[in-house]
Design a protein around this ligand. Structure first.
Ligand SMILES: *Cc1c(COP(=O)(O)O)cnc(C)c1O
Length: 361
């Protein structure tokens, strides 16, 4: 029999989350961000579930190609734009929008061979310190793009937030103000909001919101799960118990004898480990569900297996279902135990894990 480890993707949760975000930003169009294989959920299945998004955002030209091959006709936006001049004809062929954030990209457009003009999103750095033109250059770059025959005239101006997941923090407000101030008099649509800004910063909604994580039910807000934010988890990572045993006070469990029992305990072994993408740094105390009931890991996570406490679950048997995260156990709780965020765990599911889809519409 194949390994029990399985990532179940809830298509209805994806749709619910898109609807929830639309309700929060009713006057905005939605670019569904599906980079990193739909945040680890599977690009094609995510795009199918979210097919009424107004646009898709991707990080790689290959992903844009996959969306076109799957028949999606709406706008697809390559979030870091062309990596080299040779990407420009490919963008044209696929009818994919390019984010332009660097002078080298502007030069490739200005020297591009004649052909159908590209739709362009001009990215301005208002404080993220990653991609984008400096505020002081925004108007000039916008003018050059408008005058460039390789570019369509309806340019969208965009920026990205560094701290929008901190709702009480002033930096997002400052980024919004800088963005608006530097673009005064510049025509065209605007886009600022990632997931956390859609939820916590209504002033940022503008013409296009760009949610990623929230579509999958993920939260980047410290101390709050996706469920706390009114979202539904789109992934449940599950497996089964494959062994159980009794240990006595003084007995240890796992590599490094990382856990030593203080009393007689019943231990269960589940068929999941860091080889599946379960975080190795989530050790003793990390919550996990057995038969839908909460217990905790004991000892170190190994490649294929982890150990958990069955002392209070005398009814649990080999073959019983184990949920690592998802419905009933927020991924954020597991991520916090490993010093990371749910986004990273969702993106880190490995190839040997079987994926299945459910749709309870
Ligand atoms: C990844 C990304 C997003 C989505 O961010 P989330 O926090 O997942 O909502 C939006 N805009 C850009 C430019 C991105 O790179």
């Amino acid at each position: 029999m194949s390994r029990a480890t399985c990532a179940t993707i809830h298509l209805d949760a994806l749709r619910h989350n898109l609807k929830t975000l639309r309700q929060k930003a009713p006057h905005s169009q939605v670019m569904a961000v599906v980079k990193a294989d739909g945040y680890g959920h599977g690009l094609e299945r995510v795009a199918r579930a979210l097919s009424d998004a107004d646009a898709f955002g991707v990080a790689a030209l290959d992903d844009a190609q996959r969306l076109r091959a799957a028949g999606h006709r709406q706008r697809v936006v390559l979030l870091s734009g062309p990596d080299e001049a040779a990407d420009i004809p490919v963008l044209r062929d696929l009818d994919v929008d390019a984010v332009i954030h660097h002078p080298s990209q502007l030069a490739w457009l200005e020297h591009a061979a004649a052909g159908p003009p590209l739709r362009v999103w001009l990215k301005i750095d208002t404080g993220m310190g990653r991609l984008g033109f400096p505020l002081a250059e925004a108007v000039d770059i916008h003018r050059r793009l408008r005058n460039c025959p390789a570019v369509q005239k309806d340019i969208v101006c965009m920026t990205h937030f560094a701290r929008s997941d901190e709702f009480g923090e002033s930096m997002t407000h400052e980024q919004i103000q800088r963005f608006e101030a530097c673009l005064q008099g510049v025509p065209g649509e605007r886009s600022l909001a990632n997931s956390a800004a859609v939820i916590g910063w209504p002033a940022s909604h503008s013409n296009w919101i760009r949610p990623g994580g929230a579509l999958y039910g993920l939260s980047s807000v410290d101390g709050r799960s996706g469920t706390d934010l009114g979202l539904r988890p789109a992934m449940t990572l599950s497996t089964r118990l494959i062994a159980d045993k009794r240990i006595e006070a003084g007995d240890s469990v796992g590599y490094g004898a990382g856990f030593v029992a203080q009393r007689s305990m019943r231990i269960g072994i589940a068929a999941i480990g860091y080889g599946d993408g379960y975080p190795r740094l989530a050790g003793t105390g990390t919550p996990i569900l057995v038969n839908g009931r909460r217990t905790m890991l004991v000892g170190r996570v190994s490649m294929d297996l982890l150990a958990l406490d069955l002392s209070d679950m005398p009814e649990a048997r080999v073959g019983d279902p184990v949920v690592a995260w998802g419905e009933g156990l927020p991924i954020e709780e597991v991520a916090a135990r490993a010093g990371t965020i749910g986004y990273e765990l969702a993106c880190g599911i490995t190839r040997r894990v079987r994926f299945q889809e459910v749709d309870s519409r």
